[in-house]
Write a protein that binds this ligand. Structure first.
Ligand SMILES: Nc1ncnc2c1ncn2[C@@H]1O[C@H](COP(=O)(O)OP(=O)(O)OP(=O)(O)O)[C@@H](O)[C@H]1O
Ligand SMILES: [Mg+2]
Length: 375
């Protein structure tokens, strides 16, 4: 798929902008702070309803404005769709497809599919478990949009259960019996989420090794195996695959740890406590891999995500935000070669020289939130 037209109103630094995009490589070039990332962030947000830079909506809306609008014409094979999103901080956002309002804004997720590479990706390897969980859940939802609902249900159950644990620890048995219901809800939705993550990791792992060998320089890298091992909060769950079996294992463990949970007032069992252990060869990446190896692994994970979505039948839109400046020339050209054949690749760079020759195509100058096509 690819975007043929992007329109923003009061999004980030943009008052209003309209650009026509072609398939193939598209570069946005301009000095720091001119609005390059803002452009690609808008497209990624339309696809995922999530930003790689912020967790709240407020910074997405131009300072002083009430709401932002992102509108994109999406082309998928011979079909075209107009996606529209209205972002109003503090109120619920609204989405439309071809002019028709969607009942829930989250139904928009996954209609446009993106894979975004950014300097923040290093956190996939070096950062907290939450960074890796976010990566997994994002990809699960991109591939199977109904999981946006499962994830939302899980988050809601977790929040309400935590509230109950905080009060029930100090109060009556009545509330402890309501806790049983929340235990089951948590285990059921958690079981579905964990099963989806495990299936994803199974599918992703071979692509990650393949991409790592391509991107990391040197003969040693070409023999390395990248491992992605799920580290659940309940030992043994990583061996299971059936959501009901996983739910049962979660529920058993919740039963065993009830006293501890009541004492601490938080949920200690479930996918919100899980992690993925990344390894290169026999060693864990975190704490062992060099800076360059960590970068290669982070890129490999994104490339694996791209390969997987491509396998589902359609290229996602690739977004490479400021990544080439971070890489040495060898990795730069290896990465560029790997993505050059994608249906559409959006690249941001502070200077034109940072755009690899493989990715020279349509290009825009970005200065002071004004976007000007070069040709
Ligand atoms: N909600 C907002 N309202 C107004 N301006 C904003 C808002 N959010 C961000 N900006 C401005 O947008 C600019 C940053 O834009 P962006 O991140 O797209 O820059 P960039 O071109 O990618 O720069 P770099 O090369 O440094 O990555 C900053 O000047 C910031 O102040
Ligand atoms: Mg930027």
């Amino acid at each position: 798929m690819h975007v043929t037209r992007l329109e923003l109103a009061d999004f980030r630094s943009y008052g209003s902008v309209e650009i026509e995009l072609r398939p193939g490589p598209v570069a946005f070039v301009g000095a720091n702070g001119q609005g390059k990332t803002n452009l690609v962030e808008a497209i990624d947000y339309l696809a995922t309803l999530d930003s790689h830079r912020v967790s709240s909506d407020t910074p997405l809306v131009r300072a002083g404005a009430e709401r932002a609008i992102v509108r994109a014409q999406l082309q998928r094979e011979d079909r075209s769709a107009l996606l529209e999103l209205e972002i109003t901080p503090g109120r619920s956002n609204r989405a439309r497809v071809n002019g028709n309002p969607l009942p829930r804004v989250r139904d928009l997720v996954g209609i446009a599919r993106t894979v975004l590479f950014s300097p923040e990706d290093l956190a996939l390897v070096k950062g907290d478990p939450s960074d890796r969980r976010r990566f997994l859940d994002h990809l699960v939802v991109m591939r199977t949009p109904r999981f946006a609902g499962v994830k939302a249900d899980y988050d809601r159950v977790l929040k309400q259960r935590n509230t109950l644990l905080k009060t029930a620890g100090r109060r009556s048995n009545v509330e402890i019996s309501t806790l049983d219901i929340w235990d089951e809800n948590l285990a059921r939705t958690g079981g579905q989420l964990v099963a989806a993550r495990l299936a994803l990791l199974d599918a992703l792992a071979p692509h990650a090794t393949d991409a790592y060998r391509d991107v990391a320089a040197g003969a040693a890298a070409e023999r390395q195996v990248v491992s992605l091992v799920y580290k659940p909060s309940v030992e043994g769950v990583e061996e299971l695959r059936d959501p009901d079996d996983i739910a049962k294992a979660l529920l058993d463990e919740i039963g065993r740890r009830r006293r501890e949970e009541l004492e601490r007032g938080i949920s200690l069992v479930g996918p919100h406590r899980d992690d993925v252990l990344l390894g290169i060869g026999d060693l864990p990446a975190k704490g062992y891999a060099s800076h360059g190896e960590s970068w290669s692994l982070a890129l490999a994970l994104r490339l694996a995500a791209f390969a997987l979505l491509r396998e589902d039948g359609d290229d996602p839109i690739l977004i490479l935000d400021d990544v080439f400046a971070e890489l040495d020339s060898d990795r730069r050209s290896r990465l560029a070669a790997r993505v050059a054949g994608a249906e559409q690749v959006l690249v941001t760079a502070a200077v034109e020289g940072d755009v690899p020759t493989e990715l020279v195509g349509q290009s825009f100058d970005v200065a002071g939130a004004v976007v000007t096509p070069r040709d």
